[in-house]
Design a protein around this ligand. Sequence first.
Ligand code: B12
Ligand code: SF4
Ligand code: SF4
Length: 281
Amino acid sequence: MKDFLLNEGIEFFALVPLSRCKVIKEYLLTKNGFDENANLIMMLFPYRSVHTPVNLSVYASVMDYHLYVKGLEARLHEYVSAKFPSAKFKVFADHSPIDEVHGACISGLGFIGDNGLLINEKYSSFVFLGECVTDLTPKELGIEYAQDAKVKECLHCGRCAAVCPSGCIKKAGGVDEFNPKSLCLSAITQKKGVLSQEESRQILENGSVWGCDICQNVCPYTKKAEYTPIEFFKNNVITELSSELLRGLSDEEFSSRPFAWRGRSVIERNLTLFEKGKING
Ligand code: B12
Ligand code: SF4
Ligand code: SF4
């Protein structure tokens, strides 16, 4: 299994028992036939390439990582079932049974920043998190469980809290902490329906039509971070999105972008707002 993952360009992975993870969507486990004895191979997928996006977040500028995970699962299926034909396994990312930031953190793949994100020493927080849930044992997988080591902390330098436009990162107990209850700009850009004046102002002022990277860009770990080695994330990067470019995308091309899950109307609304704002002011 180690060789398979390394061949895929996945250099950060670790095995944890499900019992150590925080389950947030139990039904995804039961639906796929997993019980409490399941194991998880937690994986990091670095995604930042040399192309710096102008008016959207890095995650929105690259091809949809859900597609990457689908491809990875198909290749893994071929690899594993040759040796263990009755093994159960499923790869999740984002729409996942567990709190992935917590899972990656306890697996030793990084630490949690005050911006709420998993920071890896090599790639900073520009890593997607995913996990292969399986009924295979550590011995069958050829990977030992990750050590239950003391979790490292970020620098608590306060830069992310100082620049966050939504005030999501607040002082709590002496350190800054991510507070998802106030509305993160990333969530505003993905919201359906009509936006309030304040929400529209946030999109315009911060110049992003999908997602927000402000707290990641200022983080000292990002300054020294490396770019992705994974081909999937290096190709077809959209650095500047416009209504015209969006209209030119075929339905198939559109569905391979990370903003497609909300349908065309939400991203169109943001672009119209952005383009009008640009013309007016
Ligand atoms: C809902 C969601 C959002 C929501 C709400 C975010 C939130 N934190 O609640 C919105 C839309 C705002 C959002 C935005 C973004 N998201 Co998001 N999101 C998720 C999702 C689907 C679920 C998060 C969740 O509900 N967790 C459960 C709740 C209870 O956790 P929580 O309150 O955040 O805090 C927990 C952990 O942080 C952890 N924890 C906190 N501190 C500590 C300290 C220690 C020591 C430990 C061990 C644990 C720990 O324990 C807490 C309690 O369980 C996850 C995927 C997943 N399945 O986990 C992606 C995920 C967190 N998002 C991701 C990304 C990339 C983003 C954006 C960067 C996208 C963008 N560019 O716009 C932004 C960043 C915003 C930010 N600063 O967090 C990545 C993060 C990758 C990383 N390196 O960490 C994830 C993991 C998706 C993925 N598979 O890659 N997201
Ligand atoms: S900017 Fe500073 S406080 Fe925020 S996550 Fe990075 S190191 Fe931590
Ligand atoms: S993604 Fe943007 S709005 Fe959300 S916490 Fe980070 S800086 Fe604040």
